[in-house]
Write a protein that binds this ligand. Structure first.
Ligand SMILES: Nc1ncnc2c1ncn2[C@@H]1O[C@H](COP(=O)(O)OP(=O)(O)O)[C@@H](O)[C@H]1O
Ligand SMILES: [Mg+2]
Length: 366
């Protein structure tokens, strides 16, 4: 029997990566060209659960396939130091002879510190990077550093990383840097001039997958397992995901469980149960996690938005909340940065997370 292949869990590789074909072409081309190729500087942005971490996983696979070394980090405090530690162990692994002893001397004091590197550690970090890139260059490969969740990064650390990578690129070293983060926070980071050179990066904004693609994927995955799911139910289930990757996995997962418990056959009742379970789980994980950081005022603003059936007009929100234009603008930019809302055309905003509107409406009637 085939086990449930769906993976409704952050960063987990799904049975099929839907709607992302061609997105890594530029990056893969960059791996062939080496130092200075534009594709080697890429930033993935998109809402929570849209599939950023999964794309970083694809980046790692593509790089390793070409023989490149990979350092994968998340932008929690001290990531520069952790990248340094990993450069050190890679260098020790790959290098040989007297060079190795010198490296060990550079790294001896360690990079494990709590936040940005002190100046002398920065110098050591760069030296180490140069050594490693030199070794990799001789092997005709290079190094890819990925940093996930850069919206949470300490600005100084990010600036240090960017400056060093820029320096390596200027020295024609084979290095690539790939980031992922929430859209508004990432554009703030770039606009604040923290790392001006990152503005040159290839920005790839991830969106929901096409419903038809989800439908086709569900149908083929269930067929492979020998499950009998009527086409209208596959279609309904696919539509309920809105093409949103996390929901695709949740809906697929619960459909699979229902089918397993029913000898491989799904009827309307089971399919409905699965879809409801999926949406409840989505609310509990993504939505409640996203809302846990907003203030009471922000929540009020979001509830005012939930009164609309589609995108909200800033002016309407101002009236509902009896708030002035500039106050509405403040809410808007805070919630954009938190990844809860997104721009929806001139003067309008919409929810960035599927199911959020319904969730807030349920609060409104409580
Ligand atoms: N292209 C895709 N097609 C189908 N499922 C996907 C896709 N990308 C991501 N997923 C699934 O969506 C969920 C969220 O992915 P993740 O990469 O953690 O999102 P993010 O990092 O943007 O929050 C995971 O369960 C993952 O398996
Ligand atoms: Mg992620």
């Amino acid at each position: 029997m085939i086990e449930n292949p769906f993976r409704p869990s952050a960063g987990a590789t799904p049975p099929e990566i839907i709607g992302r074909s061609g997105l890594l072409d530029e990056f893969k081309y960059g791996l062939r060209l080496g130092s200075g190729a534009p594709g080697l500087l890429t930033i993935f942005t998109g809402a929570r659960g849209i599939g950023k971490t999964v794309m970083l996983g694809e980046v790692h696979d593509a790089a390793r396939q070409e023989g490149w070394a990979v350092i994968a980090e998340t932008a929690t405090e001290g990531f520069m130091g952790r990248v340094g530690e990993e450069m050190l162990s890679l260098t020790q692994e790959l290098g040989s002879g007297p060079q190795n002893r010198r490296i060990t001397a550079i790294g001896a004091a360690g990079f494990s510190i709590t936040t940005q590197l002190a100046p002398e550690r920065q110098v050591a970090w760069r030296k180490l990077g140069e050594e490693l890139l030199h070794i990799l260059d001789n092997k005709h490969t290079g190094l890819i550093i990925t940093v996930d969740e850069i919206h949470a990064a300490d600005r100084n650390e990010l600036a240090q990383l960017a400056a060093s990578v820029q320096h390596f690129i200027q020295d024609r070293m084979p290095i690539g840097l790939v980031f992922a983060g929430l859209p508004a926070a990432v554009s703030d980071l770039l606009n604040e001039g923290v790392a001006t050179f990152l503005r040159r990066a290839d920005k790839i904004d991830l969106h929901a997958a096409g419903i038809r693609d989800v439908e086709r994927s569900f149908a083929s995955i269930f067929a492979t397992a020998g499950f009998r799911v009527p086409p209208h139910l596959v279609q309904k289930a696919a539509e309920s995901t809105g093409g949103y990757p996390f929901l695709i996995q949740l809906v697929g997962y619960f459909l699979w469980r229902e089918a397993e418990n029913n000898n491989g056959t799904l009827t309307d009742a089971e399919a409905d149960r699965a879809v409801q379970a999926a949406h409840r789980r989505n609310a509990r994980t993504v939505i409640e996690a996203a809302l846990s950081t907003v203030s009471a005022k922000d929540l009020q603003f979001l509830r005012a938005m939930a009164q609309d059936d589609g995108p909200s007009i800033a002016g309407d929100l101002g009236e509902r909340l009896k708030a002035k234009t500039n106050l509405v603008a403040n809410y808007r930019s805070r919630l954009l940065a938190a990844g809860l809302v997104e721009p929806a055309g001139h003067g309008k905003i919409d929810f960035a997370i599927p199911g959020l509107r319904q969730y807030l409406r349920n609060l409104n009637t409580d």
